[in-house]
Ligand binder design. Sequence first.
Ligand code: CMP
Length: 230
Amino acid sequence: MDIAELRKRSVIFSALDEEEAATVLKMARMVQHPARHTVFQEGEPGDHLLVVMQGRVKVSLVSQDGKEAILSILEPGDLFGEMALLDGEARSASVTTMEPCSFLVLWRRDFLPFLERNPRVALKLLAALSKRLRATNDMVGNLSFLNLPARLARILINLGQQYGKLTAEGIAIGLKLSQEELGNLVGVSRESVNRQVRHWVEAGVLDYTHGTIVLKNSDLLFREALNSER
Ligand code: CMP
């Protein structure tokens, strides 16, 4: 991603002109990690935030017995690690790469004085945090009020909107997800997701091969997503 792309996609850079963006880049360092690398774990101290430049990461909570709840999937332009940087508390969640990734790293000692000098960036950051809270509220609402088919249908529709490509077979989601990860996104076991997915594969609603999902009947998924009180 070059500076122009960064200014289009990242909340930090979108409020800056080219010269200001170059100044921020000078404070930052690039790091790279392979797929399935733990960038940091919930509970660790944190004095830096990261902007995704390449690849995707998942933000998750892991229970004592190793169960995972996926809070969000982030892609190029998105940032994470800002919470510990801003409030000085421990990392609120774990972040793991889903693909080979590169990140821009910004440290508290540079970023906080920069925010004080650039209230436009601070406002953009507040708006991004509000958007994140809305998405989390949606997730809590869905968990509390919707049955499994509706929750899974909504997640698949969202993934289709975010990562989908139109193909002859339908909307192919360009993100490999295991059934376990799908379950962790929806808040149910792999077995329950497996049953529902198998039912939809047999009914021609979708295809699921080696982690790649193709949505073949989006109308039916939309109906499932709406038809939903627990
Ligand atoms: P931090 O607490 O420093 O480390 C974990 C990061 O995960 C956190 O900053 C946010 O960037 C991100 N994060 C935490 N909770 C959520 C959420 N509900 N949705 C999306 N991202 C989150």
